[in-house]
Design a protein around this ligand. Sequence first.
Ligand SMILES: [Fe+2]
Length: 156
Amino acid sequence: MDNDLVKIEGLVKEAGGRVILLNGQITDRNGTPLPGLRIEIWQCDVNGKYLHPGDNRDVNYDTGFQGFGYDITDGDGHYSFRTIEPGRYPGRTPHIHVKVFEREKELLTTQFYVADEPGNKSDSLFRRMSSEEAKSVSMHFTEDRTGKMTTINVRI
Ligand SMILES: [Fe+2]
């Protein structure tokens, strides 16, 4: 378990789906970087299946996908993940689950969304947010030689 959800240690196979680099900085409300926080993400695989016994949909799980990962913010509050574009499952728009902890204490629970995804408009959780909140958790992708990437900065 690490911050690379695409490659499972000891496995040759890599996850299916479009690989993305997700990174950002976690700060407090004044913009002061918060080092040493634990950020966890989890999401479904390319087939829209979660690595979780509660997901009992009859879809094969991609055994190359780690499903869950965490990172610890560095001295400047930065985190990074290598993962895939979140898959689709019935009833929700694509999203990545996110939690931030300071030791055992949970500081934040949220979800990251794909900017301009048509399904966002009809998603019950996405629609609950103000446009400002929605913007703060929407992933805009850029692409260069190294791949597709997005930055989400988090204020706690
Ligand atoms: Fe979900």
